[in-house]
Write a protein that binds this ligand. Sequence first.
Ligand code: OAD
Length: 262
Amino acid sequence: MPTTPVTLPGDVVDLVRQAHSITVFSGAGMSAESGVPTFRDAQTGLWERYDPAALATVDAWDNDPALVWGWYLWRMKLVGDAQPNPGHRAITALADHRTVMVVTQNVDDLHERAGSNVISHLHGSLFEPRCSGCSAPYHGTGTRLPDGFDITSYTEPPRIDPPSCRECQSPVRPGVVWFGEALPRGAWQRAEHAISGSDLVLVIGTSGIVYPAAELPERALAAGTPVIEFNIDESALSPYVTRSVRTSAAVGLPALLDALGE
Ligand code: OAD
């Protein structure tokens, strides 16, 4: 991962300079330098260490809610302890001089804590648990790990029984989208609207293999809208995008601001 300053290609900077309305489409790589693990990176990715079928599906929840709830509490704590990185902050600053709409696949809140207005959390949010029966939002205290739990050790997350809904007593579930579930309709519609109303799309730190989310940059390209990717590696979108910048989010995005003179 590059940690030294990068110089961005002039045509990339020009595309951003000319844009009036930008959609930022982010994935797990956006938060990697905040210490939040991605899903598919070798060794450190969550799906390298944990089985998505046992933790991120409705069947997993039905089979073992305590295992699933404990794993999501562990992730909430990990994200809660993390801070936005310079990439998140650069996206916020980019909005000082043009419209920037953030559409994220991330379930963390680091864009928001950096000051960005996220118009769409396509895959939900770790911080919006809801009732698995009646969908009422849950605002209770049952979202904390036991005191003294060491989140830095990558051992098995704790098994914790989910709290019960105050309205209907069903178990409270994480407010995220699991494999096989539909995306929240409003989040998808806002994302579609952002993409079709933008004159540039910045794709940051996503493998681009999870659909329908990955359809969004494809739609932009089909409509003739330039798409610039920031990723430390080749992604599934790299062969198709207008320009790929091989840099990390926390290095490349501040470098972009510098090059713009902002
Ligand atoms: P992935 O883990 O699939 O991909 C992360 C991407 O970020 C890879 O392309 C990396 O090369 C890149 N990357 C890693 N570190 C980076 C950095 N510091 N700067 C820039 N790029 C970096 O994560 P997503 O694409 O977000 O869905 O995964 C998509 C969806 O799959 C997630 O939202 C989640 C997961 O299963 C659900 O949970 C529904």
